[in-house]
Design a protein around this ligand. Structure first.
Ligand code: PLP
Ligand code: ZN
Length: 396
């Protein structure tokens, strides 16, 4: 069994602490939990996330089940910096992960935690990237996976999850109840439910921060912009930068921007109105379907973190998301719509003066474009048919 060192999970909201050696997914106060573990050094000779950042996790890293998650490129694109009068606009391209989204970082950490606690079964409630990621890592670790998806999920979204050999259950009934029932049944039946913002998923996302800092010689950017749904990823990235600062590896914190689709922006709304509690967003469709959680479980915490760290929250209209997707693709980076929301947010934040001339920004490109081919319909994509004999004329 994987070795788990004695570590704590802490609630940043009420201060309660719990032993990380138990399957504990939320604080009794209802807010999310963060791993407390003081790392000190990065092993730069290791490429694997678990071994490179082993000092930042309470595991014996040699037994971590890895599919090569992390180590993704951070691509600086000059045309966006020129357009916006910024020193740099870079994209942390998480579609280079094994299942084409950043979720693999947190999943790897959850699977390690589950194995350390003696679990042989894992699951998640998701119909998108998280489901595929958990199914893939469960397969790699030789664990049984029980994936629960909402009743209205289309068939074509299920095959990319089922291919990994998971038990896939499409469940009729309200989503909130499904989430709660998964945790209840998981505890009863010995299934580790790695849902949206569980502590070790956020702990895995810290490595995005580690890599952004490492790539820049530990000189952090002015802004890190994160497309946000449940809030697990942005929480993890913030924690990662705080860990680096505490370890003395960096000298300052970047500022963080939470980017949401305007059609579904409960965190942005709460931040803008000075609320400490998010309110459920009205039901509305967005092309950025990977970030359409109307009542994010880490919403209150994200709002509090943004206030504490002088951050920002910006929502992006549908047409700006589509334009950002087209512009990024035309710069060579084809990401799913949710992952293009940060560029839309940066444009809005630059126009309104939140982001100042000459600053630098890293945008987290959370998942690949082929994950959501429905979005092709939003673009006027063209091609034409011709015969070989026509080519000399056409290509002249
Ligand atoms: C899951 C996901 C997000 C949102 O991350 P949260 O931790 O839920 O805030 C953003 N983009 C993509 C592509 C995702 O799969
Ligand atoms: Zn609490």
């Amino acid at each position: 069994m994987l070795c788990l060192k004695k570590a704590l999970l802490r609630c940043k909201t009420c201060g309660a602490e719990y032993d990380a050696g138990t399957a504990r997914f939320r604080c009794d106060c209802g807010e999310p939990l963060d791993l407390v573990w003081d790392g000190a050094a990065i092993d730069t000779n290791e490429r694997c996330q678990a071994r490179r950042y082993a000092a930042f996790f309470p595991f014996d890293a040699s037994e971590w089940t890895s599919l090569g998650e992390g180590g993704t490129p951070c691509v600086s694109i000059a045309r966006f910096a020129d357009e916006l009068g910024l020193k740099e606009v870079a994209f942390k391209n998480e579609s280079a992960n094994p299942t084409w989204s950043f979720k693999d970082r947190g999943t790897a950490a959850c699977i390690a935690h589950a194995r350390a606690l003696g679990y042989t079964k894992v699951g998640t409630v998701s119909s998108g990237n998280m489901a595929a990621s958990v199914a893939a890592y469960a397969a790699a670790a030789g664990m049984e996976a029980f994936i629960l998806v909402k009743g209205n999920v289309a068939d074509e979204k299920l095959a990319p999850i089922a291919i990994y050999g998971a038990h896939l259950l499409r469940v009729a009934g309200p989503y909130d109840e499904l989430y709660k029932e998964s945790l209840r049944l998981g505890a009863e039946r010995g299934i580790y439910y790695a849902n949206s913002d569980v502590p070790f998923r956020a702990a895995g996302s810290r490595t995005i921060a580690f890599e952004i800092a490492e790539d820049r010689g530990f000189d952090v950017p002015d802004w890190v912009i994160v497309p946000t749904s449940a809030g697990g990823n942005i929480r993890g990235i913030i924690n990662g930068f705080e860990d680096l600062l505490r370890a003395g590896l960096t000298k300052r914190m970047p500022r963080f921007m939470c980017a949401q689709a305007r059609n579904n922006s409960p965190i942005v709304t709460a931040f803008a109105n000075g609320w400490t509690q998010i309110r459920r967003a009205p039901d509305a469709e967005t092309i950025a379907h990977a970030i359409d959680n109307p009542f994010p479980p880490s919403g209150n915490r994200t709002v509090a973190e943004l206030r504490r760290l002088n951050g920002a929250a910006v929502s992006v209209p549908e047409e700006d998301i589509i334009r950002a997707q087209a512009d990024m693709a035309r710069a060579g980076l084809f990401a799913q719509p949710a992952s293009c929301v940060p560029l839309g947010a940066l444009r809005i934040a630059r126009a309104s003066g939140i982001v100042k001339e000459g600053e630098s920004a890293v945008l987290v490109t959370t998942g690949g474009g082929l994950k959501y081919t429905t979005a092709f319909a939003a673009h006027k994509l063209e091609w034409r048919d011709c015969a070989i004999a026509d080519l000399p004329d056409i290509l002249k």
